[in-house]
Design a protein around this ligand. Structure first.
Ligand code: SF4
Ligand code: ZN
Ligand code: ZN
Length: 319
């Protein structure tokens, strides 16, 4: 059997074989190819313009560490300014490690780092909410609360620091799952919002961008390890949006024999999206852009989702 060498430089120490394009790459060429791909996506999709202040959601997981490392290249070239925020939801045994790794990563790269906890912001942890929730007949899923509060914190920090973009570490696996999930559920309203730039319902929200959208999850993990960063791979104990997991398993299983499948899901969707969006928008007028009477955030109802949840939780917890 002939020994495989790096397709780019001939180095004998190959660390990855990309079945979807036949490349064999050494560590150096692999890392460069990831950086090149992400920077190309940023340019092609016009995700960042010179002078942007980018706020990265840094959980300490592999995706956000990879994202921060690559965006740091643009910071070092003085194209953008960069800050990071870590949200501590208060999930015992899970988030502590993420916060530590996030802090170390930001320090190592010299990036200003904010940590905001649910406890400080709302006066309860996610664990406390769920303790109460599990006493109910039909408990809400943790991600329902978590998602709404996290979104509010991101938006508030972005406003406070004057960020012009919020960058998140969604990867190719996440995106192909979201696309397929919404197809199968027939959720066109959600589907047309999936994109490189998340189109917020209200322009008072800072635009969100996803520069890692074309990179498979496995390669992000490898990039972070090869770059010498510590990453925690543990999943959140509340994770278990079972339908998303089923779709994820289906895609992974099919990718074994069809290595380009995640790319075709993404690229095919991007091609038909403008047509679906145009048609959908003609039949569905947008919701009015109001303001939450309680907190002043943009909202489609009198009271925003976060304030509605807060009322609900305070009532249950009795604090
Ligand atoms: Fe929050 Fe759900 Fe993510 Fe856990 S899996 S951090 S509960 S959104
Ligand atoms: Zn090489
Ligand atoms: Zn509100």
């Amino acid at each position: 059997m002939t020994q495989q060498v790096c397709t780019q430089c001939g180095n004998k120490h190959v660390i990855i074989h990309r079945k979807y394009n036949g490349q064999h790459l050494c560590s150096n060429c692999f890392k460069k190819s990831i950086e090149k791909q992400v920077l190309k996506t940023i340019k092609k999709e016009k995700l960042i313009t010179k002078g942007d202040k980018v706020l990265v959601g840094l959980s300490g997981g592999k995706d956000s560490v990879c994202l921060l490392t690559i965006l740091n290249i643009l910071k070092e070239k003085n194209i953008i300014t960069l800050e990071a925020v870590t949200i501590d939801e208060g999930i015992i045994g899970y988030r502590d490690q993420g916060v530590r790794i996030a802090t170390e990563t930001a320090n190592k790269l010299g990036i200003k780092h904010h940590i905001v906890s649910f406890k400080d912001k709302y006066n309860f942890t996610l664990d406390r909410i769920m303790e109460e929730e599990y006493k109910q007949d039909k408990p809400q899923h943790a991600c329902t609360y978590c998602g709404v509060f996290r979104r509010q914190i991101f938006n508030h920090v972005a406003l406070e620091i004057g960020a012009t973009k919020i960058a998140t570490g969604h990867n190719l696996d996440d995106e192909s799952q979201s696309i397929l999930m919404n197809y199968v559920e027939g959720n066109i309203n959600n589907m047309i919002r999936i994109g490189y730039k998340t189109e917020a319902k209200d322009e008072r929200f800072t635009p969100k961008i996803k520069p890692l959208r074309k990179i498979p999850e496995k390669e992000i993990g490898l990039y972070v390890l090869e770059s010498g960063f510590e990453v925690h791979f543990d999943g959140c104990p509340y994770a278990g949006d079972s339908f998303r997991m089923e779709i994820g398993d289906f895609i992974r299983e099919k990718t074994v024999n069809h290595p380009t499948m995640m790319y075709s899901i993404l690229n095919g969707f991007e091609k038909i999206k403008p047509a679906i969006k145009k048609d959908y928008m003609q039949h569905h007028t947008g919701q009015a852009n109001g303001t939450c009477k309680r907190c002043g955030d943009p909202a489609t109802q009198d009271i925003c989702k976060a304030c509605q949840f807060l009322d609900n939780i305070h009532e249950k917890i009795g604090e």
